[in-house]
Design a protein around this ligand. Structure first.
Ligand code: GLN
Ligand code: ZN
Length: 772
């Protein structure tokens, strides 16, 4: 019985790779220094797995930016526009690679970056391969072989991790002439075979092909391609131990296909889809090894040894010990690195810490499970009982259980998640109170988080300024923002969110049931990392969270100030969530806490309240047949958070970077009075969904892109508004930027919003003129 992991985080436990890459991009360190940092991370990762006793240690799980982009380089699928980086600029292969990831603007060249998108349903983003009709591939980057050799020099024969050819094609996009990217398999496969030849020549015995699409909804052509590809690989390398890895979902109806592939081993994710075990074991042919992904690669909870041992023993009983492997459910890329670096007991108490396992601890768990399963009656008893103990403590801890919260959730009734009146009636009631012009203007919430604002926060955290001083500084900044918004003539103002670090962290810090780590970073894309909070217990709100700043701002002006909250689904989606109850229950708990906040804001005189839900779309399950169930509870949780108010109180929501077409019905079902959405980049294309669906409530289609410092002018925004007006009733439209302005500077923000307000005025004048 062998142990392995599917991959280890490469960012470094102190984010060494992030820092080195950013310094390299800024010309602050040399290529040599960057390469040294990378090599030392790889070596550290291999060593810690060797020390833990892992049998098959992965290589090529390292990446300077993204593993899909690595594969694009390996098979030379480099779009033509980047060729000049080498030809004209004489740059290195690594610089070319970074140019593809980040774009290249130098010496008169202006090459845009390749597109980036979410890696299945994780918060990791990969670089999307671009394929053209009749594309040719050839072996280009030797990264996979180099890393294999590098580990061999350390005395480790690794298991190279390679994105399987079918998933690699499916991850990409067709460009130019119409064709199906799976048709490229005949020119791609020989390159994989060539790569395998070289790896085998170097002494590789195992290869892991990541084929997550095998666990998704795929069509007949994809299925046939799977059969063909793995047959060919087997024919060429009958003795090579090939492992096909699936994760993030169960095989479901693809199980027959999966077990029929002529490979040595099949990996299945038993954390996400434990129910697939029975049918996989039942259907597996006699010589197929099954790798059991029992240690959760995507969450931070300690493995439950008793449960895992039961699963492993059951598999051994059915297919024999030599046919069983133990592994992580997916790559540990999605876990923070090392729990040993968490030592701030005030926040992450020793008890809660004893419930957790990060990547390094998960590696140890995999190795321990093998010992526990294979050992005699006395081996590892101590470890086993310590593990049991931690789970019992967690299960029964008063830290995680709050009877009032549980009772409130179980008492939720349908009408709690519905506004008192229908939108048409609310709209009339709101207009009487709010008295807004046509084309009302607003922003999405945050104003620039300048160096000063951030330095106040860090000084306050360090204790070099007092809470009083900190709050005074924030108050001044807020009041400047209010005054300025009044002056330029915005209709619905915001307080600016200067007091907030991050839209989830700010609420998590004030809610019961959340903890925060110091170093729990997870790679989001390239050198970007996020540090998600951990939801460990029942969620409740000890006191109001935003009322102070919202009322402070409202008292400064006669104009409306919008209250600003993060919605329950987004808080859930961007956290590590407890695994001892359904996500929907946790989501409802958060929803009730937000609902209380909404009501407190209303009581304090706030008449417009925005509940941001940028992550609703990304929570969508990978299998379409599961969408409905998710949407039902997610949308309801939003409504639960927003429906406790009077008709007159106007609820806004905001969403960004999503395609809405396939879930527009559910978005309408959120029943927010106003939705502001990101859509200026696609020039209002996104609005199509809203138009076709006949979306009933008010809409603020973003009229300018906040992701770039470029200042848009009045007429281009006016043009977008005219486009919107041509397809939607005028009375339904709001005018706002795409998203929050916290990453922008004040100078461009001021100019852009002045232009935006005059674009709205121009629209109103047209209406006035046509009435006369
Ligand atoms: N209110 C938040 C802000 O303005 C919204 C952020 C988001 O949509 N991601 O920053
Ligand atoms: Zn946004």
């Amino acid at each position: 019985m062998q142990t392995h992991i599917l991959g280890y985080p490469r960012i470094g436990s102190q984010r060494e790779l992030k820092k080195a890459s950013e310094n390299y991009w800024a010309d602050k360190i040399t290529l040599k220094e960057l390469l040294e940092t990378a090599a030392s991370i790889r070596k550290g990762n291999w060593e810690l797995q060797r020390a833990a006793g892992i049998n098959l240690i992965p290589s090529n799980d390292f990446s300077f930016y993204d593993q899909v982009l690595d594969m694009t380089m390996v098979v030379n699928a480099i779009p033509e526009r980047y060729h000049d980086v080498i030809l004209k600029e004489g740059k290195t292969e690594l610089d070319l690679y970074f140019a593809m990831a980040r774009g290249y603007q130098k010496n008169g060249l202006d090459i845009t970056a390749m597109e980036m998108t979410k890696w299945f349903d994780t918060n990791y983003h990969y670089i999307v391969p671009e394929f053209t009709k009749n594309q040719k591939f050839k072996l280009f980057s030797s990264k996979i072989i180099d890393e294999f050799k590098e580990a061999k020099r350390e005395g480790i024969i690794t298991k190279p991790v390679i994105i399987g050819p079918v998933s690699f094609l499916l991850l990409g996009k067709e460009k130019g002439e119409d064709f199906n990217r799976l048709d490229l398999i005949d020119s791609l496969l020989p390159v994989y075979l060539e790569l395998l030849t070289q790896l085998v020549a170097q002494g590789a015995e195992w290869i892991q092909f990541d084929e997550p699409y095998l666990a998704l909804d795929i069509d007949e052509q994809a299925k046939a391609t799977y059969a063909k590809v793995y047959k060919a690989i087997h024919q060429h390398f009958p003795k090579l131990n090939t492992l096909v890895a699936t994760y993030f979902e169960g095989l479901r109806s693809n199980v027959d296909l999966a077990v029929s592939l002529p490979v040595k081993a099949l990996h299945i994710d038993l954390v996400r889809a434990p129910e697939q075990l029975i049918s996989v074991l039942h259907k597996a042919p006699i010589d197929l090894t099954i790798s059991l992904g029992v240690v959760d690669g995507r969450n931070i909870w300690k493995n439950n040894f008793s449960e895992s041992i039961e699963i492993i023993k059951m598999a051994i009983n059915q297919i024999g010990e030599d046919k069983v492997m133990i592994g992580t459910s997916c790559s540990l890329l999605h876990s923070p690195c090392d729990l040993d670096h968490e030592n701030k007991e005030e926040t992450l108490t020793p008890i809660i810490k004893s419930w957790l396992a990060f990547a390094k601890q998960k590696v140890e768990e995999v190795a321990q499970l093998k010992k526990l399963v294979l050992g005699n009656a006395t081996t590892g008893l101590e470890e086993l009982s310590a593990n049991k103990h931690a789970h019992e403590i967690r299960q029964n801890s008063s830290l995680i259980h709050n009877a009032d919260v549980k009772k409130r959730v179980s008492n939720i009734i349908e009408s709690d998640a519905r506004r008192g009146s229908k939108f048409e009636a609310r709209k009339v009631a709101q207009q009487q109170v709010l008295n807004l012009p046509l084309y009302p203007t607003t922003t999405i919430g945050s104003f620039p988080q300048t160096k000063e604002v951030r330095s106040w926060r860090s000084q306050f955290k360090k204790g070099s300024i007092s809470e009083k001083e900190y709050n005074e500084l924030l108050a001044e900044e807020t009041s400047r923002a209010i005054e300025w918004q009044e002056n330029i003539g915005l209709d619905v103002l915001v307080h600016g969110e200067f007091e907030r670090n991050d839209m989830v962290e700010y609420f998590g810090e004030q809610l019961q049931g959340f903890v925060f780590t110091q170093n729990g970073w997870v790679q989001s894309y390239g050198s970007r990392c996020v540090k998600p909070p951990i939801i460990y217990g029942d969620v409740s709100r000890p006191e109001a969270m935003t009322v102070k700043w919202s009322t402070y701002a409202q008292e400064l002006t006669d104009k409306l100030v919008k209250g600003m909250l993060t919605g329950p689904v987004t808080i859930l989606q961007w956290s590590f969530v407890r695994n001892d109850q359904p996500r929907s229950v946790t989501c409802n708990q958060i929803a009730l806490a937000i609902r209380d906040e909404v009501e407190d804001l209303e009581d304090a005189g706030i008449k417009v309240i925005q509940i941001d839900e940028p992550a609703i779309r990304e929570g969508l399950p990978l299998r379409e047949s599961d969408w409905k169930e998710y949407l039902d509870w997610a949308i309801k949780a939003f409504r639960l958070s927003s429906s406790g108010v009077k008709d007159e109180t106007q609820i806004h929501t905001h969403m960004c970077y999503s395609e809405f077409n396939d879930i527009i019905e559910s978005i309408a079902d959120m029943d927010a009075d106003v939705i502001t959405i990101e859509c200026s980049r696609s020039q209002m294309e996104l609005l199509d969904a809203f138009v076709q669906f006949n979306y009933p409530n008010d809409i603020g289609p973003g009229v300018y892109d906040i992701h770039s410092p470029r200042v848009p002018n009045k007429s281009e925004m006016e043009e977008l508004l005219i486009k919107a007006k041509n397809v939607l009733p005028e009375g339904q439209l709001w005018v706002n930027p795409d998203c929050g302005l916290k990453t922008r500077g004040w100078e461009e923000t001021r100019k852009a919003l002045v232009e935006m307000v005059s674009a709205a005025q121009a629209m109103r004048e047209k209406v006035a003129a046509s009435v006369e």
